[in-house]
Structures are given as C-alpha cells and as structure tokens.
Ligand binder design. Structure first.
Ligand code: ZN
Length: 100
C-alpha cells in the first residue's frame, strides 16, 4: 500500500495534534498538582480530572511519546520527498557538454 504525500502530511498533522494534546494534558496535571485548592468546586481540580480522563482515554504518556516519534518520522519522510523532488538533475549540473 503506497502512501502519497497528502496522506503523509495529514498523518503528520494528526499525530502532532494528538501528541500536543496529550503532552499539554500531562503538563497541566504536573503543574496543577501543587495548587492552592479551594476545596469543593475548585476549577483547577476539575481541569486536572478532565486531563486525567483524556490521558487515560488515549492510553497514557508512553503512546503520546510514541506518537511524537512517529510524527517526527513522518516529517522526515515528507522532507526527504520534498528534497528529492526539488533536487533534479539538469544538463548543467550533470556537466553535459552539448556539441553541435
Ligand atoms: Zn483544587
């Protein structure tokens, strides 16, 4: 199954968005762990609870890191494709001598 450039770019964007959301949730959980809690109805505690649900739903931190690594791999492939398409051999770059 061949994956074309558009599909790779879409996969890269989707992986980056998912990875950013997961890492953002983990960052909020770690930063909000030592907040000054107001007790019942604390907005920070409610947000932490939502972030924990999100991370549990996606599967934890390790898949988030793997998603980032996969996204970087996809980005590398995209950049290699672009570099290959830009770098085209011309008669001048191949130093072909045209004689009439
Ligand atoms: Zn709180």
């Amino acid at each position: 199954m061949m994956i074309n450039r558009k599909q790779r770019i879409f996969a890269f964007i989707a992986a980056m968005v998912l990875g950013i959301v997961i890492l953002g949730a983990l960052t909020f959980i770690s930063l909000g762990a030592e907040h000054e809690c107001n007790g019942a109805g604390c907005h920070v505690c409610e947000m932490i609870k939502q972030c924990k649900k999100l991370v549990a739903m996606v599967g934890g931190a390790a898949p988030g890191c793997l998603i980032f690594i996969a996204a970087l791999r996809i980005l590398k492939d995209i950049l290699q494709d672009i570099a290959t398409s830009i770098r085209s051999d011309t008669l001048i770059s191949m130093k072909v001598e045209l004689l009439d």
